[in-house]
Design a protein. Structure first.
Length: 272
């Protein structure tokens, strides 16, 4: 018997009710969009070998050029990955690989905003997979979830004023959830100490969801869990989320890990 594994993915993005789509995403080797379309879909699969990196960025709409920030962050990640040797891709800790991409993105965005004398930035949530190992890293409020054995768990941390106040046992005011305390492009702080990250070992049937905050705004967590359990792809989640009034940009990547056993075929072998 031989163990094989397949990583399948679907991805979708929709402008929602907004005038432009400031989200962006990366599917392993797919480069980010310079101008995000109003609606797009992708699907594909990889074997469980080699380094695979997925990402979602949500440009900060209240700041300058959020759509440029989200594209720039993923472009920086792409360049960081291209600078790695094959040996480094296979041996460096996944945490370090993702952090290098974040750090280059921070450097590039800070240079850009200093040049135009404005402030701005983007959320960024990344998933790296290599063999049976995974690692998630994020800044901002674009969530990453893992559905395992019927339980939906958030792997990311929401770097918002609302979460900070809850942790400090302070009253949360309307709009606090939209105030980000950490994001890529922020003027101060060491990215290495600001990111939230978690890793682990893949199990058969694991399903990851990376998304912009437009998805949980339009879908309850119970609905997300149920839809993923029933095999929903990314576009099904996006289409559900944009049905709410004043829907935000909605972007989702659904990644499923499936292990299977294949019986080796030998000439003359018989089965009963």
């Amino acid at each position: 018997m031989e163990n094989t594994a397949i990583l399948t993915y679907t991805a979708s993005s929709h402008v929602g009710s907004r005038s432009e789509n400031q989200d962006n995403f990366r599917l392993n080797s797919e480069k980010p969009f310079f101008n995000m379309p109003e609606h797009c879909e992708f699907s594909g699969e990889y074997t469980g070998e080699g380094l695979q990196v997925f990402g979602v960025c949500d440009g900060m709409g209240g700041e300058a050029m959020g759509e440029v920030a989200s594209m720039s962050a993923l472009d920086s990640l792409e360049r960081s990955l291209q600078e790695l040797s094959e040996e480094e891709k296979n041996t460096l800790p996944l945490e370090e690989i993702l952090l290098r991409g974040m750090q280059l993105g921070q450097k590039d965005l800070r240079g850009f905003y200093q040049l135009i004398r404005r402030t701005g930035g983007t959320t960024i949530t990344l998933l790296a997979v290599r063999g049976k190992e995974y690692h998630v890293m994020n800044l901002g409020d674009s969530p990453a979830f893992l559905l395992r054995e019927g339980i939906l768990k958030e792997l990311s941390v929401q770097h918002s004023m609302a979460l900070y106040k809850k942790e400090m046992e302070l009253p949360v005011q309307e709009g606090d959830q939209h105030i980000l305390l950490r994001f890529l492009g922020m003027a101060e702080g060491d990215i290495e100490t600001l990111v939230s990250h978690v890793g682990g070992t893949l199990q058969d049937g694991d399903c990851f969801l990376l998304c912009s905050d437009g998805i949980p705004k339009g879908c309850k967590l119970l609905e997300i869990r149920q839809m993923l359990e029933e095999g929903a792809d990314a576009d099904a989640l996006v289409q559900k989320a944009i049905q709410v009034e004043y829907a935000d940009n909605c972007t989702a990547i659904v990644i499923r890990w499936k292990e299977k056993e294949e019986e080796a075929e030998h000439e003359g072998e018989s089965t009963v």
